[in-house]
Design a protein around this ligand. Structure first.
Ligand SMILES: C[S@@+](CC[C@H](N)C(=O)[O-])C[C@H]1O[C@@H](n2cnc3c(N)ncnc32)[C@H](O)[C@@H]1O
Length: 222
């Protein structure tokens, strides 16, 4: 029995790493998630993935009880973060993700009002200005996934005074080429421009297996 568990965790870890292979195109990333969607939750459970709960709790804390807040779950996947937000009483949720397979699992759980299959990058989304009170974004800043080029668009669709909560693996800030000396400087540049202000930058222990995560919370200004 113990052996089976070790084998299970090894396979889950391998599948998780498969989504982050260097040099994957955006289409390859989404195809990978489409194929992985059916067992994604089981694998992430085996890997003690605490991110969705940690992200939801951090956002709930700054939303200060506004349970009707309209929240977009960015790169929502199968809806793990929404499940945590719902437990905390936040039910006015939409999802966006580039993988239809992942969104189909979320849809089967009836978690969101709107399911948007689209990719986030330096391009306009089919969402009006100032539409959301908040964004939750968990586990989606990773090798080959979201980059800082989508941040201005996230800011555009959140109301002034609204909140953006990003939780990711902390080491990725230093080990992922696209983020090293780029992601936090880009966040700071948006702050200097007056687009948003930092509310929190917290290290989150045991985000994934024994590894730390980091949660950034920003308040949108303009
Ligand atoms: C590790 S999963 C995280 C899913 C969910 N937030 C969670 O915590 O379980 C990463 C998700 O990001 C999505 N994704 C990656 N790059 C994306 C992009 N540029 N635009 C939209 N979705 C993207 C993938 O399709 C996948 O569902």
């Amino acid at each position: 029995m113990a052996d089976t568990t070790v084998v299970d965790v090894k396979l889950s870890d391998t599948l998780c790493h498969g989504a982050q292979k260097h040099g994957m195109t955006r289409e390859e990333v989404f195809r990978y998630y489409d194929n992985w969607a059916d067992r994604y939750d089981k694998d992430l459970f085996d890997l003690n993935y605490g991110g969705p709960r940690q992200c939801a709790e951090a956002l709930a804390e700054v939303l200060s009880g506004n349970k009707t807040a309209r929240i977009l779950d960015v790169a929502a996947g199968t809806g793990l973060c929404a499940m945590e937000l719902i437990k905390l009483g936040y039910t006015n949720l939409d999802a966006i993700d580039g993988s239809q397979g992942m969104l189909d699992i979320a849809k089967s759980r009836n978690l969101y009002h709107r399911y948007i299959c689209d990719f986030l990058g330096p391009r306009r989304l089919d969402i009006e200005d100032d539409h959301y009170d908040a964004i939750a974004c968990c586990g989606s800043f990773s090798q080959g996934h979201l980059k800082d080029d989508c941040l201005p668009e996230l800011i555009r669709i959140v109301k002034p005074g609204g909140l953006i909560c990003i939780t990711m693996r902390e080491e990725f800030l230093y080990t992922v080429e696209a983020y090293k000396d780029k992601l936090e400087p880009a966040m700071m540049a948006l702050e200097e421009k007056g687009s948003w202000e930092q509310v929190a930058r917290d290290i989150v222990p045991k985000y994934y297996r024994q590894l730390d995560g980091i949660t950034f919370i920003y308040r949108v200004l303009a």
